[in-house]
Design a protein around this ligand. Structure first.
Ligand SMILES: C[C@@H](O)CC(=O)SCCNC(=O)CCNC(=O)[C@H](O)C(C)(C)COP(=O)(O)OP(=O)(O)OC[C@H]1O[C@@H](n2cnc3c(N)ncnc32)[C@H](O)[C@@H]1OP(=O)(O)O
Length: 141
């Protein structure tokens, strides 16, 4: 398998999909803090988190959103894909130890502009949707 070649616009079909699954650990949360600088107490302070809506620490929403990026950049369309935009709705919290599956599906193709709209969804191990949204990307050349 050549991991430097993604699918070109003429190789993509509406309805094609790909997914990536990963368990979100406390280490992921701290690694993400290192990358982003987002040390919101909702993620790192259990005493603080007891008084929040969720009653315990939760993972950053952008960690799971990153799994969407992983699907787009490594599988579908794959290597060479360029993000143009992404909307996200965080519909359910991700707890430490949750296993998240990001699924990206080709929704609409614009061959003349080499652009693709992808439906982007993340679900947890119970089948609950934790993120829903759409991405606009440039397909690999
Ligand atoms: C900045 C970082 O450090 C912080 C983070 O990363 S936090 C992690 C990411 N976020 C989350 O995990 C939040 C996950 N979301 C939820 O758990 C739920 O959406 C909620 C608990 C926040 C709200 O759910 P609920 O109380 O069940 O809401 P309702 O169904 O009763 O709806 C009430 C109205 O709010 C609107 N709404 C609900 N969720 C969202 C959303 N995610 N985005 C936008 N709007 C939302 C809903 O449509 C209702 O609106 P209406 O006009 O009253 O109909």
């Amino acid at each position: 398998m050549d991991n430097t070649k993604g699918k070109k616009i003429n190789e993509l079909k509406v309805g094609q999909s790909a997914c990536f699954t990963k368990t979100v650990s406390e280490a992921d949360v701290y690694n993400y803090i290192g990358v982003s600088g987002d040390f919101n107490p909702a993620h790192i302070n259990e005493e603080y988190a007891k008084d929040t809506t969720f009653k315990t620490r939760i993972a950053h929403g952008m960690i799971s959103a990153g799994f969407i990026s992983a699907v787009l950049g490594t599988q579908l369309p794959g290597p060479g894909t360029i993000y143009l935009s992404q909307d996200l709705k965080f519909t359910h919290p991700v707890h430490f130890g949750d296993t998240i599956t990001a699924t990206c599906t080709v929704e609409e193709l614009f061959p003349e502009k080499n652009r693709v709209i992808m439906d982007t969804v993340c679900t947890n191990q119970y089948g609950e949707t934790v993120i829903e949204g759409r991405a606009l990307v440039l397909a690999p050349l």
